[in-house]
Design a protein around this ligand. Structure first.
Ligand code: RB5
Length: 150
């Protein structure tokens, strides 16, 4: 499983722990964005990573900014991206089970390392339930097809 991890300077504190954890679990990981804590605009990281995930280069993406808000908003502008900004394990699991989220976003200034890893695991270990949820997720794609610019 290949995972793209991206952050701006606000999410940088989570970069090393998240990447180390993913590698420990045996995942292939590539990193994007602020790799040294330098000031980086979150939309640039978000759209780059989301495009790569939607293109199929990665199985999923993990994004981090100060709150997880800006980077998730930006990621969700990419057609086919379903990025969930999560701060509790229930939502992290549901993001996969019900929403088939292909990215999650975390807040480097709002959660600690341990919670971040718990959220990552909850998301990665969950499985999309399909069925009625697939119908609803498909409606998001139908909206994009009919209304989005590209
Ligand atoms: C950067 O200062 C901060 O605004 C950004 O990391 C993020 O929290 C935006 O939503």
């Amino acid at each position: 499983m290949k995972i793209a991890v991206g952050c701006d300077h606000g999410g940088y504190t989570l970069l090393e722990p998240v990447v180390a954890h993913l590698k420990e679990r045996g995942f292939d990981v590539d990193t994007f964005g602020s790799l040294d804590g330098s000031r980086t605009d979150y939309p640039d990281v978000a759209t780059l990573v989301a495009e790569r995930v939607v293109a199929g280069d990665y199985d999923c993406g993990i994004l981090m900014c100060g709150t997880g808000i800006g980077i998730s908003i930006a990621a969700n502008k990419v057609k086919g991206a379903r990025c969930a900004n999560v701060a509790d394990a229930y939502s992290a699991a549901k993001a996969r089970e019900h929403n088939n989220a292909n990215l999650i976003a975390l807040g480097g200034r709002t959660i600690g390392d341990e919670l971040a890893l718990t959220l990552v695991d909850a998301y990665l270990d969950a499985t999309f339930e399909g069925g009625r949820h697939a119908t609803r997720v498909a409606k998001i794609g139908q909206y994009e097809d009919h209304h989005a610019a590209r």
